[in-house]
Design a protein around this ligand. Structure first.
Ligand code: UTP
Length: 290
């Protein structure tokens, strides 16, 4: 097998309109919605840093200024926090390299595949991760770190996967499975949002990917697919057979925070696990359900 190139870069597509979350997302980026006290995007960035990512690349669009400010210096706030002996630790982590993170613009929201392609000049000729911040992944180690463990063994393209019920397969990209080895499944095919009853398995693709740079060339010439959008799944499907391609079933819980019910569930679950507010939330919820 050719040598496996290290994974250093991660792309965060954050240029979507978040229409399912209106009116909250009219003037606020969906990725800045908070689960308890932290924006979704920060959970995803922390997960990437834990997995060893060195360069953070955001694909943004108009109206996403709050997101850029979140990862910049806030002089007043930081002076106050420092005076109180506290810091904004994770944000420090990505500021260690001046000029970082990198922002590229997706001028029109033409789909996830198109958003990823907008980062092609920064990604260059290296493997890269893609993290969709509205999928909040709760696991130890984090989802991307679990995937990096598999990538270091098999190389190529590695996508995160989750079993979904039969009546949900039409909402996801679905894997046609090849050989399985524990949580690792060879990907023999991919189909985006199969019509009900036609899915090749229950294994759905969720919002974490490790991809080889060749996918950018595939995306370059790609026409719109399901929903009139340029689909990342369609581009990935074209690479199967040319490069190793595996799914890793996530050992943890995924919350679909792009969906209102999923977002509320994430808030409850994360709050219950917190040492500071967990007991109060638990006793409130127990009383509510009595
Ligand atoms: P979604 O399809 O969940 O986001 O894309 P959306 O389009 O903003 O949401 P709805 O359906 O209108 O409510 C998943 C991720 O991909 C990004 C989104 O910002 C989100 O983080 N995305 C999607 C882009 O960056 N560009 C696009 O053209 C589409």
């Amino acid at each position: 097998m050719p040598s496996i190139k290290p994974l250093r870069k991660a792309v965060f597509p954050v240029a979507g309109l978040g229409t399912r979350f209106l009116p909250a997302t009219k003037s606020m980026p969906k990725e800045m919605l908070t689960v308890v006290d932290k924006p979704l995007i920060q959970y995803a960035v922390e997960e990437a840093l834990e997995a060893g990512i060195e360069q953070i690349i955001f694909v943004t669009g108009r109206g996403k200024g709050a997101l850029e400010d979140h990862f910049d210096i806030s002089y007043e706030l930081e002076a106050t926090m420092t005076a109180r002996g506290k810091s904004l630790a994770v944000i420090e982590g990505i500021r260690q390299r001046p000029g970082s993170p990198v922002y590229v613009r997706q001028q029109e929201p033409l789909g996830l595949g198109h958003a990823v392609w907008c980062a092609r000049d920064i990604v260059g000729d290296e493997p890269f991760a893609v993290l969709l911040p509205d999928d909040l992944m709760v696991g130890r180690p984090g989802c991307l770190k679990q995937m990096v463990g598999a990538y270091q063994k098999v190389g190529g393209n590695v996508i995160s996967a989750e079993e979904v019920p039969d009546d949900q397969t039409h909402r996801y990209g679905i894997i046609t499975p090849g050989a399985r080895d524990g949580r690792l499944t060879e990907v023999a095919g991919l189909v985006e949002k199969p019509a009900p009853g036609t899915a090749p398995s229950n294994l759905s693709v969720i919002g974490r990917y490790i991809l080889q740079p060749e996918v950018m060339r595939v995306l370059e010439g790609q026409a719109a697919g399901a929903g009139g959008e340029i689909q990342l799944t369609d581009a990935m499907a074209q690479m199967i057979g040319d490069q190793p391609f595996h799914g890793v079933t996530f050992d943890g819980v995924r919350y679909d925070c792009g969906d209102k019910a999923g977002f509320v569930q994430a808030n409850i679950a994360v709050a219950l696990e917190r040492e500071d507010i967990g007991p109060a939330v638990r006793s409130f919820a127990t009383g509510l359900l009595r």
